[in-house]
Design a protein around this ligand. Sequence first.
Ligand SMILES: Cc1cc2nc3c(=O)[nH]c(=O)nc-3n(C[C@H](O)[C@H](O)[C@H](O)COP(=O)(O)O)c2cc1C
Length: 148
Amino acid sequence: MKAIVVYLSTSGNTKAMAEAIAKGIEAMHVDVKAVSFYDAKPEELKEADAIAVGSSTFYYKMLPPMEKFMSETLAGIKPAGKVGAAFGSYGWSGEAPIVIAEQMREMGMHVIDPVLRILHKPTDKDLQECKRLGVDMAETLKQQVKPA
Ligand SMILES: Cc1cc2nc3c(=O)[nH]c(=O)nc-3n(C[C@H](O)[C@H](O)[C@H](O)COP(=O)(O)O)c2cc1C
């Protein structure tokens, strides 16, 4: 089983969330890496059974390169059936993670709750919540592949 956590982060807030989510996944003995969306290769996304995508919000939406990642790179690997999670740091409105979750669902992914949004720089408590999301992703993944 493999997972990947992909993020866009301008000042490190969403990146810190991504790394904590990856720690939670790793704690459940699932192979995982956290990468900037610039470095996420389609092959790696295809191989992953679970994909978390995070973005901070700018001008009430995702930045255009992240929109392109969603509509071309992620949609392009046809991720239907994979476990998904959406997250991101925000300042006041926080639309990006909500849109990511919506788009993942439209692609047929099994998006787990919650869509995790953290105000500004994550605190230690926030990072624990991120780690918990990673654990939940790994648990969902393990349940999916469990024989009947
Ligand atoms: C130019 C600019 C525009 C922003 N627009 C929004 C916005 O529309 N809504 C919002 O919730 N936060 C907005 N923010 C706040 C960022 O989402 C917030 O600072 C976030 O913590 C950045 O996380 P990052 O370091 O992962 O990129 C904006 C920040 C900047 C600098």
